[in-house]
Design a protein around this ligand. Sequence first.
Ligand SMILES: Cc1cc2nc3c(=O)[nH]c(=O)nc-3n(C[C@H](O)[C@H](O)[C@H](O)COP(=O)(O)OP(=O)(O)OC[C@H]3O[C@@H](n4cnc5c(N)ncnc54)[C@H](O)[C@@H]3O)c2cc1C
Length: 151
Amino acid sequence: MSVSVIKPDGSRQSIPDDILDALRVQLRGPLQSADEAAAEPRPTWNAMHTDRETLTARCSGTADVLDAVNFARDNGLLLGVRGGGHSVAGLSAVRDGMLIDLSDMRGVQVDPVRRLAHVQGGALLGDVAARHRRSAWPPRWVGCPRRGSPG
Ligand SMILES: Cc1cc2nc3c(=O)[nH]c(=O)nc-3n(C[C@H](O)[C@H](O)[C@H](O)COP(=O)(O)OP(=O)(O)OC[C@H]3O[C@@H](n4cnc5c(N)ncnc54)[C@H](O)[C@@H]3O)c2cc1C
């Protein structure tokens, strides 16, 4: 069964199953259709925004992100990125397009000597603060721990 997505020029396009299956094989994380994503809701912070994506790539690492971006470009799809899903303006979703969902990528590494933090795209501020607290380089901000760090 194919899925119907909207392209940046507003036209619709059908993506056949074999093309989706090829992407599924490439990705380590799951590729979810709208129905599958709805069965396992990961709600955005602002419930006013009801946009739903047709395809969600729940990336498990950088290679998945690369594959998802290449797939969206090759197929001319509208693409959205979701970090912590906390956008007030509803930018954590893309209507009828493809979403790169980073919420399974929450790794944080802190190097207190070089005062450098490596933060994956789905890490929440609470993740970053928790890692900092265990280092000799304490966090310098106070804020909502559920907010994403990249957005
Ligand atoms: C209760 C509340 C309190 C807040 N307090 C503050 C505050 O004190 N200070 C402040 O500055 N802001 C604050 N904000 C605003 C918040 O920081 C922004 O909405 C921020 O964008 C949320 O990041 P996110 O990753 O959770 O959001 P998301 O919705 O996941 O992302 C927001 C935008 O960034 C893009 N994006 C996400 N990850 C990436 C990535 N890896 N690469 C490229 N683009 C990406 C998304 O596509 C989207 O357009 C607050 C918001 C709320 C709801």
